[in-house]
Design a protein around this ligand. Structure first.
Ligand code: NDP
Length: 275
């Protein structure tokens, strides 16, 4: 029997998830149908109830429903609990298992696909929103020498440090404090949404190391202002979030189906050149 999955979001017209998951299904011989659900903004629970009643087995969850999915779940992983948000659901009888694979997708892309180990490295994370929060546990699991969170609203960065301090060494700072410091970082991750509006977080070029990696979570936009800044500073390794997108999808697929797909061809298909 064909098992049903879907992605739910609003708006959802831009989603790459059907392409990604149907490719994974073909590749691994899994009999699944993967749909797209534009959930009404005030009707997440009813929409998911209907999907489950029609035999749905699992959902990918995207904006603005990651908090609704968190509230809907009956069984949250530690990663989802700490992220405070959920991007994948699995339905088994009355149980709703929930996970957040965004951060795991990010670290898999950096470490495995880009070949950039973070162990012992200095990591700078720009932003303290949902994506940054979800990235913290997977980054700390890589045992970086230092993890510094810098956010426009500084208090949010300090709140994350307080929440995650049991899981590793991390610190918070403001953009002015970062600019005043002589520190450079091996990996600088732009987890702000600034690039979606063509904006640049107020980060000073001195934090970027030419031998390091500049990673932009936004994908499909070519050289964003942040990546352009890094390129202009001489940073040789630049990446956007397409690999993160595909890797988090692969984690969800493996969680649902028990088989891990190969991500390389899908990443290549979806990659927009950084020019
Ligand atoms: P949120 O809205 O939760 O957080 C946005 C963050 O960006 C906040 O920390 C905010 O700071 C900061 N910010 C926004 N504009 C600026 C600016 N001009 N200068 C400095 N900081 C700014 O968004 P998410 O965390 O959910 O998503 C962040 C980005 O990651 C999005 O662009 C999203 O598309 C991308 N993403 C990519 C994924 C992938 O698979 N590649 C997966 C998930 C997200 P403040 O707190 O001060 O408002």
């Amino acid at each position: 029997m064909t098992d049903k999955y879907a992605v739910i979001g609003n708006p959802i017209g831009h989603t790459k998830s059907p392409l990604i998951h149907s490719t994974f299904a073909r590749q691994t011989g899994q009999d699944i149908a993967y749909g797209v659900i534009e959930g009404p903004l005030d009707g997440f629970c009813q929409t998911v109830d209907s999907f489950r009643a029609a035999g749905g087995c699992g959902l990918n969850v995207t904006a603005p429903f990651k908090l609704d999915a968190f509230a809907y779940a009956t069984d949250l992983t530690e990663q989802a609990q700490l992220a405070g948000a959920v991007n994948a659901l699995k339905f088994e009888g009355d149980q709703v298992f929930a996970q957040n694979f965004d951060g795991i997708g990010l670290t898999r892309d950096i470490v495995h696909n880009l070949g950039f180990p973070m162990q012992g490295k200095r990591v700078l994370l720009l932003g303290a929103g949902g994506a940054a929060r979800g990235a913290l546990l997977p980054i700390l699991a890589q045992q970086p020498a230092k993890l510094l969170i810098v956010n426009r609203t500084e208090s949010k960065a300090h709140a994350l440090v307080a929440q995650f301090s049991n899981f590793g060494e991390l610190a918070a700072a403001s953009y002015p404090e970062l600019s005043a410091s002589p520190e450079t970082f091996d990996v600088v991750i732009n987890a702000t949404s600034a690039s979606l509006r063509g904006e640049l977080p107020p980060v000073h070029t001195d934090v970027l190391s030419p031998d390091g990696l500049a990673y932009e979570l936004v994908y499909g936009k070519g050289l964003t202002p942040f990546l352009r800044l890094a390129q202009g500073t001489g940073v040789r390794r630049l990446a956007d979030g397409v690999g993160m997108l595909v890797e988090q999808a692969a984690e969800a697929f493996a969680w649902w189906r028990g088989v891990r797909p190969d991500t390389r061809t899908v990443i290549t298909t979806l990659t927009v050149p950084l020019v």
